[in-house]
Write a protein that binds this ligand. Structure first.
Ligand SMILES: Cc1cc2nc3c(=O)[nH]c(=O)nc-3n(C[C@H](O)[C@H](O)[C@H](O)COP(=O)(O)OP(=O)(O)OC[C@H]3O[C@@H](n4cnc5c(N)ncnc54)[C@H](O)[C@@H]3O)c2cc1C
Ligand code: SF4
Ligand code: SF4
Length: 413
């Protein structure tokens, strides 16, 4: 018999928490802190009991267990994997310095800068390095082009992205959000029931998100060089080139670099169970979703930095056109087949999700509130062996113990 999530512990213990910190903001009296788990993911820990209404709000809004896609009745000609498509393009920031420093082509930074500089929003909610811990990340509401640039680059690590969201909205100013798809899902959940969030969050930009690796990955990178987190004052996962090196700088000025491949393949890291069953890791709900533009999904070497991007809504389509007209970004039209070619792991995941979620049901996990995600259309035509492999893999993972149990990443599976 399907049963639902009832408590914060249900979400964490069943492996559905992604550490976004929204619950902390929704239940101030519970004094929730975001604590790094043994294997390097942030998890909420409440010091006081959570009030009944606040826990009910968490159950409705938590993006770990609530994802409502756009595949409603009006999505007739939507792409089954990529959702509503108003425009598809390949491009980059016009400013060469932004393009160089950013993760890929700097589109997220250039769009965010345009939004604040043009006065369309007062600030953009993004992430940046924790000033006290170079591998940790903090959410930040950037008000100008310089601070937006300081938030560029991919932080392949856990971050309580939404822990300050209600405070930021309480300032009453229009904002944009440039983050991961699950962060945008939480924004949409909030907007569905909160007039202020609907009015003030005027634009959402998502990155395609393969997963968030644990902080073990950066620890491993540092350990191989005889360093710990305490030794370093700067850490970059990529950027300063595309993909650019993984980079660490110590307080006494020593610099260390590693290859993109080393970070993903050689380091030990774990992934969150929730990422393995993520029904929207491609930003279906965002106005604009963007990612890397490497054919085959993996860099062949260094390049100048390019983004693939999809405008899902009119808001996104107009923002691209206006930013392009202002000379802040350079775009060439592309097509959805090329997006799929650059993101093979996302195509595979979207197609396999119905099987993975069915395994969760059979294993007796509480039922997440995932709707309008087009999962059956995605799975249509998938061969029985692939479906069976995904079903069995998810069952195995659940039986091995999910939640914060260490599960060595099997990214490709
Ligand atoms: C966890 C993670 C997984 C990714 N997986 C994929 C993938 O599967 N396929 C793919 O093509 N691209 C992936 N990317 C995105 C890719 O690395 C680039 O970030 C993306 O192409 C945007 O490039 P850009 O040059 O426009 O970004 P930039 O201009 O450098 O801007 C980066 C933006 O990302 C935000 N950001 C960075 N780290 C985080 C974080 N941890 N949480 C929330 N927001 C963050 C910043 O706030 C900023 O707004 C991933 C990025 C991350 C952080
Ligand atoms: S996903 Fe976010 S809102 Fe849900 S339990 Fe985890 S930290 Fe809280
Ligand atoms: S894979 Fe999905 S759940 Fe995991 S961090 Fe990315 S968007 Fe969030």
């Amino acid at each position: 018999m399907p049963h639902s999530f009832r408590t914060l512990e249900d979400i964490i213990d069943n492996g559905f928490c992604i550490g976004c910190g929204l619950c902390k903001a929704l239940a101030p009296g519970a004094v929730i802190t975001m604590v790094e788990s043994e294997n390097g993911h942030l998890r909420p820990r409440a010091s006081n009991p959570i009030q009944t209404e606040q826990e009910a709000a968490i159950m409705r809004l938590c993006p770990g267990i609530n994802i409502h896609g756009p595949f409603g009745k009006t999505m007739g000609d939507a792409d089954p994997v990529w959702g509503a498509v108003k425009r598809v393009a390949r491009g980059h920031a016009a400013d060469p310095d932004t393009r160089f420093r950013a993760a890929a082509g700097g589109i997220m930074t250039a769009l965010s800068q345009f939004l604040v500089e043009s006065g369309r929003v007062s600030k953009v909610l993004q992430v940046r390095a924790d000033p006290e811990n170079a591998v940790a990340s903090r959410p930040v509401a950037n008000r100008d082009a310089e601070s937006v640039l300081a938030s560029s680059g991919s932080r392949y690590a856990t971050c309580a992205t939404l822990e300050r969201l209600p405070d930021i909205l309480a300032e009453g100013e229009p904002i944009a959000v440039a983050m991961k798809p699950c962060d945008i899902a939480a924004i949409r959940n909030l907007q569905a029931e909160n007039e202020r969030a609907r009015k003030l969050i005027v634009c959402t930009i998502a990155l395609f998100c393969g997963t968030v690796p644990s902080l073990e990955a950066s620890d491993d990178f540092l350990a191989r060089r005889g360093l710990t987190r305490n030794d370093i004052v700067e850490f970059r996962w990529r950027g300063h080139g595309c993909p650019g090196p993984t980079y660490a700088r110590t307080a006494d000025g020593r610099e260390f670099e590693g290859a993109y491949r080393e970070f993903w393949v050689d380091n030990h890291w774990t992934t969150q169970f929730r990422c393995k069953i993520c029904p929207d890791a491609v930003g279906l709900q965002a106005d604009i979703a963007t990612g890397d533009a490497w054919p085959g999904g993996w860099p062949k070497g260094e390049d100048d930095g390019w983004n693939m991007l999809i405008a899902h809504t009119e808001v996104g389509e107009h923002l691209l056109a206006d930013c392009e007209a202002a000379g802040k970004i350079w775009l060439e039209d592309s097509d959805i087949e090329f997006v799929s070619d650059t993101q093979p792991h996302h195509v595979s995941l979207r197609r396999a999700l119905a099987a993975r979620l069915a395994a969760g049901r059979i294993a007796g996990l509480p039922e997440p509130n995932f709707s309008d995600l087009g999962l059956n259309a995605c799975a249509a035509g998938l061969d029985p062996d692939t479906l069976a492999k995904n079903f069995a893999g998810t069952l195995r993972r659940i039986r091995a113990g999910q939640g914060d149990e260490a599960v060595k990443a099997d990214y490709a599976d």
